[in-house]
Each structure stands twice: as structure tokens, then as C-alpha cells.
Design a protein around this ligand. Structure first.
Ligand SMILES: Nc1ncnc2c1ncn2[C@@H]1O[C@H](COP(=O)(O)OP(=O)(O)OP(=O)(O)O)[C@@H](O)[C@H]1O
Ligand SMILES: [Mg+2]
Length: 357
């Protein structure tokens, strides 16, 4: 199970897609490689793979796209098919319960078709093994019958290109990983790239925005295009209802203040965790469960939902003795760190840490 599934669905800064995202994302997806912003390395590598295949008139190697949610894996897989001028079949690991499900999909593929397998790390074991053979030899063994009388009927498949996407590349069994000819690692986007994403989406959504307005939204988007697009939609509402529709830096900042997304993209939960760590525990070290009780959340929520971004931003560190705040955290919340000691006066740091790093 993906750690992202425990995220509260109403969170504006979650990188996972909600219902509204799914409805509008299709309209905002870049269609061709040229329109795809950022990820320069993956784009260049992929462009070579695709161009070479086109020149040879053959299906390209299987492609694995890995990286956190909302960075463009699904978008890129559709671009691959579009660039190859090939049809695309879309399915996902959890949708393939039995090897038979996969056999049915594979045997109905046409020559050169792109098979997009989302969340490929969540496929069942028997399906995975069938996939090994399909990827390597373009062949599957369909088992007919049960017990000692069962026979394997080999079935030839047309050449196809598998595009797998995963947020958890580390969970893929090595034999599966090895069968991809090319792996693209998606990285978080730089602010300037997100600004371009915001401008592009604003154009498609007919939102009037100035460069400073786009920069403001980009800076609060946690390196993630999906979040940038979502924040843009909320800012658009605010600009339209309270003002004349034009998105400036000030309008964007005020709108996102209403939605409690701060200048660095921290939301209410992130700030609550940070504030508790600083104000109640003097910056730590404090154990995860103690910290979670202080903010009134489950330890899992704090660890999986709030902490990854705080750690990535260099605001919080996980140590064997517990969580500690960095100097940047004090600065971000506008607080002064205690002079000589990190823990509240009289407290032994060890007593505050509960041993969970
Ligand atoms: N490079 C990009 N340029 C412009 N828009 C992008 C880019 N990457 C992603 N987006 C936008 O972000 C949204 C999310 O992208 P996408 O659905 O491809 O992410 P994902 O990596 O598949 O996420 P998940 O892991 O949740 O499936 C899409 O609406 C798309 O328009
Ligand atoms: Mg996706």
C-alpha cells in the first residue's frame, strides 16, 4: 500500500489526485514531449529512445517511470504513445488481481501498442511472473485446466511497449526492474519550472495572471505540478469572487492565506507539527508519538503526511533520539530558538524521545 493513501483527502497540498484533479487534469496535460515542462534529463533520454525506435520502425524498449505523485508520470506515458503515434491501453497494478486478467489484456494488444501499467509495484505475484515473459519474449503461457491435468498453452504476443509507473521503485522485484530498457526518474520541479506550468495552465483555463502571481503560486506548490494546478484553481476562485479576476502576487498570497497554505507551501498540519516541536518541546529532540499526541493526530499521519515534506525542506530532522527542528524552522515560524539548551529547561532530552526515529 502506498504511504500516500493515508493522506486526508481534503488537503490542498496533497500530491495525490482528488476527484476534481482527475476531472480537470486531462485538459491540462501536455500532449507532446515538446510541451512537457522541466525534467530535462528524462525528456532528453526519452526523446532519444523514441526517435530511435521511430527510425527503426520498431516498438521501443519498455519504459519505467518512477517518482513521487503528481510529477507527470501518467502524462509522460500518454506522451510516449502520442509521440509514437500508437494506441495506448491503460491499466494498473491493483486492477490486475489474477494472472488471467493480465493474459486477457496482453493477448488483445495490437502491434506497437503502448500498455500503461500504473502503480506497477502493486501487481500480484503470479501476474508479475507472467509479465516477465511477456516483456522479454513477447509470449505468455496460458494455463488451461487445474491440478495434474493442467496444460500451458503458449501464446505469441505482438511487439508492444510496456510503460510502467511507480511511486515506489524500491518495491519492484529486481527481475521486473531489469526488464525495462529505460528508467526515467522524475524529480521535484524547480520554482522557475513550476512558474511555467502555472502560466501554461492559466492560459488553458483562461485565467489572467501576471508573472509575480505565477511565481507566488509556484513557490507554494511543493515542487509538484499537480499542486501548482490545484492552487491556481483556488486562487482563480478568489480573484474572480473578491476581485476582477486578474491574479497578481498579492491576490495569490491572500487567496492562499485563506486556504492556509503558507509562503513555503506548508499547510495547517505541517505548521501544527512544526509549532508543537518548537513551542512545546523547545525544538526537540522529541519522540514521534509524543509529538503526534501534542498535535492531536495519529503518529502515522505525522510521520507519513507531514514529515516527508518538512524533512525535504530542511525544517525537521529525524534522529535516533527523536525529531529535532532546524534553525530554518525557527526562522520560518518567526521564533527565536532558546539560547543554550535545545530541550525545555530541566527536561532530559532522553525523556522526551520515545525511541522512534
Ligand atoms: N512537466 C509538466 N508540464 C506541465 N504539466 C505537468 C507536467 N507534469 C505534470 N503536469 C500536470 O500535473 C498533473 C499531474 O500529472 P500526472 O497525473 O502525470 O502525475 P503522476 O506522476 O502520474 O501522479 P500519480 O503518481 O499520482 O499518478 C497533470 O494534470 C499534468 O497536467
Ligand atoms: Mg499517474
Amino acid at each position: 500500500m502506498s504511504p500516500y493513501e493515508s493522506e486526508p483527502v481534503d488537503r490542498l497540498v496533497t500530491a495525490s489526485a482528488d476527484g476534481e484533479d482527475q476531472a480537470v487534469e486531462a485538459a491540462l496535460r501536455p500532449r507532446m514531449l515538446e510541451e512537457f515542462i522541466g525534467q530535462e534529463r528524462v525528456r532528453e533520454q526519452l526523446s532519444l529512445v523514441l526517435q530511435a525506435a521511430r527510425q527503426r520502425g520498431a516498438a521501443p524498449d519498455h519504459v519505467l517511470l518512477s517518482g513521487p505523485p503528481g510529477l507527470g508520470k501518467t502524462t509522460l506515458s500518454m506522451i510516449i504513445a502520442a509521440e509514437l503515434n500508437a494506441p495506448i491501453r491503460i491499466t494498473s497494478g491493483p486492477a490486475i488481481q489474477h494472472a488471467g486478467d493480465l493474459a486477457a489484456i496482453l493477448s488483445s494488444l495490437t502491434e506497437g501498442e503502448v500498455l500503461f501499467l500504473d502503480e506497477i509495484h502493486r501487481m500480484s505475484r503470479p501476474a508479475e511472473e507472467m509479465l516477465y515473459m511477456a516483456m522479454e519474449d513477447f509470449r505468455v503461457d496460458v494455463i488451461v485446466g487445474k491440478g495434474p491435468g493442467a496444460t500451458a498453452i503458449p501464446l505469441e504476443l505482438p511487439p508492444f511497449t510496456l510503460v510502467g509507473a511507480t511511486t515506489r521503485a524500491g518495491l519492484l522485484p529486481p527481475p521486473l526492474r531489469d526488464r525495462f530498457g529505460f528508467t526515467g526518474h522524475m524529480e521535484f520541479y524547480a520554482p522557475a519550472e513550476l512558474e511555467r506550468v502555472v502560466h501554461r495552465s492559466a492560459g488553458l483555463l483562461d485565467v489572467e495572471i501576471d508573472p509575480a502571481g505565477a511565481a507566488e503560486i509556484a513557490g507554494r506548490s511543493r515542487g509538484t505540478p499537480r499542486i501548482a494546478n490545484r492552487l491556481l484553481r483556488r486562487v482563480r476562485d478568489f480573484a474572480q469572487v473578491r476581485h476582477d479576476g486578474l491574479v497578481t502576487r498579492e491576490i495569490a498570497a491572500r487567496a492562499l492565506e485563506v486556504y492556509e497554505v503558507d509562503a513555503r507551501g506548508l499547510d495547517r498540519l505541517d505548521r501544527a507539527v512544526l509549532e508543537a516541536l518548537l513551542k512545546l518541546f523547545g525544538g526537540g529532540p522529541v519522540g514521534l508519538s509524543t509529538l503526534a499526541v501534542a498535535v492531536g493526530e495519529e503518529a502515522e499521519t505525522v510521520e507519513e503526511v507531514a514529515e516527508p515534506f518538512l524533512v525535504r525542506e530542511g525544517l525537521l530532522a529525524r534522529t535516533p533520539r527523536g525529531r529535532i527542528a532546524t534553525a530554518a524552522a525557527w526562522q520560518h515560524l518567526g521564533l527565536t530558538p532558546p539560547q543554550s539548551t535545545r530541550a525545555p529547561r530541566g527536561a532530559q532530552p532522553e525523556l522526551w524521545a520515545d525511541g522512534q526515529a
